[in-house]
Write a protein that binds this ligand. Structure first.
Ligand code: AMP
Ligand code: GLY
Length: 432
């Protein structure tokens, strides 16, 4: 089978690494890919926005299945293009169509969906830019902290949490009044503030049944001890120690099953991954957000533990042949450490020479993210540069192996968090 993956990050590198092990694979193409990906497949210049080119490429190269890494192509209807194009409709496509992708593309859509289907999540109200005064009145009637979310995609920056009411009112002015996040903040969701440790649950679904993938938790803040600004993710661990079989059972009954049944009841087809961003509150697990794709860097930890043929699972999903069950998983712990450029998540330089990436290291995997080749030299080409996954019998061993690999790779100003694997906010009663 010929496979085309869209994306170029650590997540897509992990997809490619996993798919490359499948006996079903003939040719693997990645658009646009990166230097690491060109070692497992063929990287091609193909922009998902250029639909005619995409169609032409798929037909000329006899692509059987398309796998979309990031959310943007999905939110902009790439799956719909394949579904309704007479020559492409036979090509399997992993990723939901535009309507279902609104679960990630619009916070208000996701909250309303959860409300309709009784899925546990923070209480909320949505306000449009014409309702600025009403939004302020609402904030004044609530206790802090205040959780304000731009409705649309804002590159992970659209959530603002403020302790003081004055700051919340100012932020509303900026989001709704001054379009701080452009059209993404023409609507703002104001949510009840929840507390508890966060974790992520991933499924691959055909819209009716689902395979449960390993759980993970990511480390969003740039600084050790969960400090500093949010990033795309500085690391991940799988499994998550506080996600017991009981918690998982509750997530299945109260969150995953009602989500999939809700999609079916509303006749919204869904073939692809659902990423449930959850918080384990004192009242049980609640949904913080849906994503319609896998997480980065969670995928680099999750797939390292998956003990199944990912390509075969994807084909089953596309054919509607999934049976609801947990995936076979290796018993090891995986810890992924992201190496970033200096300055990230703010401004950062590109083109810094990377050394040591080729050195092997026991029990670890290296996934390229923001890298490029310049005159044969591997250089940085993004904020998140490399993701290193260590696998071990326990978290300690996984961590030792991940950091041993991290330490043999150098580039100027390289930034890593040294506390990946530490579980914050658990047990619950240790919190204030
Ligand atoms: P989101 O982009 O919706 O995942 O939000 C980003 C981060 O903001 C989450 O990972 C949480 O840490 C935090 N957050 C979002 N919603 C809430 C909430 N209702 N209560 C507390 N923290 C939240
Ligand atoms: N690591 C969080 C995300 O992929 O959205």
């Amino acid at each position: 089978m010929n496979v085309l993956i869209f994306g170029s990050g650590g997540r897509e590198s992990a997809f490619a690494w996993s798919i490359a092990q499948s006996g079903l694979l003939s040719n693997l193409y990645i658009a646009p890919g990166n230097p690491g990906l060109s070692e497992v497949g063929t990287c091609i210049e193909l922009d998902w926005r250029d639909r005619d080119m995409v169609a032409d490429f798929c037909l000329r190269n006899d692509i059987h299945i398309v796998v979309v890494g990031p959310e943007e192509p999905l939110v902009h209807g790439l799956a719909d293009y394949f579904a309704f194009h007479p020559e492409l409709e036979r090509i399997h496509f992993i990723g939901p169509r535009e309507e279902a992708a609104q679960l990630e593309g619009s916070k208000d859509y996701a909250k309303a969906f959860m409300k309709r289907h009784g899925i546990p999540t923070a209480a909320y109200r949505t306000f449009t830019k014409n309702e600025l005064e009403a939004a302020k009145m609402y904030v004044l009637s609530q206790d802090g902290p205040y959780v304000l979310k731009a409705d649309g995609l804002a590159g992970g920056k659209g959530v603002v949490i403020l302790d003081h009411v004055v700051d919340a009112l100012k932020e509303l002015d900026s989001m709704l009044g001054e379009a701080k996040f452009g059209s993404a903040s023409s609507r703002v969701v104001i949510e009840e503030h929840l507390t508890g440790p966060e974790f992520s649950v991933f499924v691959l679904t055909d819209g009716e049944n689902y395979i449960l993938l390993p759980q993970a938790t990511d480390y969003k803040r740039v600084g050790e001890g969960q400090t500093g600004p949010n990033t795309g993710g500085m690391g991940a661990i799988s499994p998550v120690p506080f996600v017991t079989p009981d918690v998982l059972g509750q997530v299945h009954r109260e969150i995953i099953q009602p989500t999939i049944e809700g999609l079916q009841a509303e006749q919204i087809p869904y073939c692809g991954f659902i990423f449930f961003g959850l918080m384990l509150t004192a009242d049980g697990p609640k949904v913080i957000e849906y994503n319609v794709r896998m997480g980065d860097p969670e995928t680099e930890a999750v797939l390292a533990r998956l003990d199944e043929d990912l390509l075969a699972l994807m084909i089953d999903a596309a054919r509607g042949h999934i049976a609801t069950r947990p995936a076979a998983v290796k018993p090891e712990t995986a810890i992924t450490v992201v190496m970033t450029a200096p300055g990230y998540p703010g401004e950062y330089p590109k083109g810094l020479a990377i050394t040591g990436a080729e050195l092997p290291s026991e029990g670890s995997l290296l996934f390229h993210s923001g890298t490029a080749l310049r005159d044969g030299q591997l250089v940085t080409n993004g904020g998140r540069v490399l993701a290193i996954t260590g696998l071990g019998a326990d978290a300690e061993e996984a961590k030792t192996r991940a950091y041993a690999r991290v330490d043999q790779i150098q580039f100027e100003g390289k930034q890593v968090r040294r506390d990946i694997g530490t579980i914050y906010g658990w047990p619950l009663d240790a919190k204030k």
